[in-house]
Each structure stands twice: as C-alpha cells, then as structure tokens.
Design a protein around this ligand. Sequence first.
Ligand code: CAA
Length: 248
Amino acid sequence: MPPSPRVALVTGGIGGIGSAICLQLARQGCRVIAADLVHDAARAEAFGVAMQGQPVETVALDVGDYDACAAVVQDVQARHGALDILVNAAGITRDGTLRKMQRAQWDDVIRVNLDSVFNLCRHAVEGMVGRGFGRIVNISSVNGQTGQFGQTNYAAAKAGMHGFTMALAREVARKGVTVNSIAPGYIDTPLVQAMPDAVRADIVATIPVGRTGVPDDIARTVAFLVADDAGYITGANLPVNGGLFMSF
Ligand code: CAA
C-alpha cells in the first residue's frame, strides 16, 4: 500500500506567498488545505486557476480568532485523519512610524502575524505529538531580523515568530515534530507592490542578487523543511532574501 499523503494546512493560503506554497506542496503529493480570510468568488476562481488543476481545498478562516482556528484544525483532522504539516503564512502590514502609529495598527499586525501562530500551533501540535510526526513552518521576514523604518509593529511580530519557533522546537524535538521559520526578503507580492515606489526602488537597489524574490523561492524552501527526511532541522530560521541580510 502506498503511504497516505501528508496533510498540510497553509494559512494565508490564497495570498501571494501562500498560494505558491499550496501549489508546491500539492505537486509533491500532499493533501493541501488553504485557509484564508477573504473568500469571495472572484478570489476563489483566481486561486483555482493558480493551482493548475491540483485539488487544493479552501477554507475561510480568521487566523486571529482562537476558537475558529481550533475548529479548522479539528475539522481537518476529522476529515483527513491527521494534520501533518502546518505553514503559518498569513501576514499583513500596517506601516507607519511609531510617532504616528495608531493602536489599531499595532493590534491588527500582532493579531494576524503573531497571535495566529499561537492559535494554530496550540491546536495542531497535540495531534502531531500524538502521531509522532509533524512539520511546522512559520513565515517570518527579514524585517524581523533587521527592523525596518515604519514597521515597529511588523518587525516585533516577525521577530516574535522566531522566538516562538525556537521555544516550541525545543518542546517537541523528541516527538518527531520540527518547528522552523523562514525569513523572506522582499518577494514580489501585493504586500511589497503596495510599498511607495521610491522606497521599494531604494531597497531593491541594496539587494545583492539585484531583484526582488518570487513566491516560488519561499515555496521551495517550505518544501525542503517539511520533507519526511528533514527531521534533523529544527528551531532554525532560514533566510531567503537574495543576500539582503547576511549573518551567521
Ligand atoms: N530610513 C530613514 N529615513 C526614512 C526612511 C527610511 N527607510 N523612509 C523615510 N524616511 C524619512 C523621510 O526621508 C522623511 O524625512 P524628512 O522628514 O526629513 O523629509 C521622513 O522619514 C518621513 O518619511 P515619509 O514621508 O515616508 O513618512 P510617512 O509618515 O509619510 O510614511 C511610512 C512613513 C509609512 C513608513 C512610509 O515611509 C513607508 O511606507 N515606508 C515603507 C516601509 C516598508 O519598508 N515596508 C515594507 C513593506 S514590505 C514587507 O513588509 C514584506 C517583508 O516582509 C519584507
């Protein structure tokens, strides 16, 4: 009997980076569920086209809602028998200098980018530990490593994701579950396209590779980290940034 496919839940799954991750995992034979907030017909149709015939399920989810996250995890486990792979890719920006930042800009970014990681992992990790296998990947950002002008909220959330990653990685390391983060640089998605043109151009000029990245650059890194034979990589933060920030 062939092994059953790994079941993967990708938050922000209909978004720029998220949809590339869904496609990559589906092509590798995973059963993929894309969770995303906006779930209108036009977006769903565009997503279907982007999946190029791969049978990726979609589910509406506000990742900041703790109980809704519990319900989605339970539903996936009940219908598919397991949740093996969790990719936390939901993310938003509400940029502004701290001196002008409204409380809502802070709260929204922390809720969607960081609370979401707790909400999903809290419910998903139990089953992974019980089954002795799990792969969690948190999509962070280079701006969580370096800070960025106008992003105290986003940089705090993204740096927080990695602290969370390292702590949870330690807690479940002996249970067959790995927890890693990826720190993308500037990837060509609506989030980056929404930046003021001059600011984006200045940043792109400093990228050693000389261009923004593409969502596939992140998707293939996710695929690498969630593979069955990647069990010795845990608590890591993989930069995928065209050389924008190098450290050791
Ligand atoms: N470094 C230093 N100074 C800067 C600066 C920077 N990066 N950007 C702007 N400034 C300076 C300006 O030159 C200006 O100086 P003066 O007052 O002396 O003229 C001052 O700061 C105010 O700048 P703005 O007019 O731009 O201020 P604003 O309040 O209108 O806008 C902002 C501030 C919203 C933060 C705007 O600059 C902006 O959107 N910046 C982009 C922030 C950014 O990089 N976001 C990344 C989004 S992509 C992403 O997040 C994905 C990922 O993970 C990589």
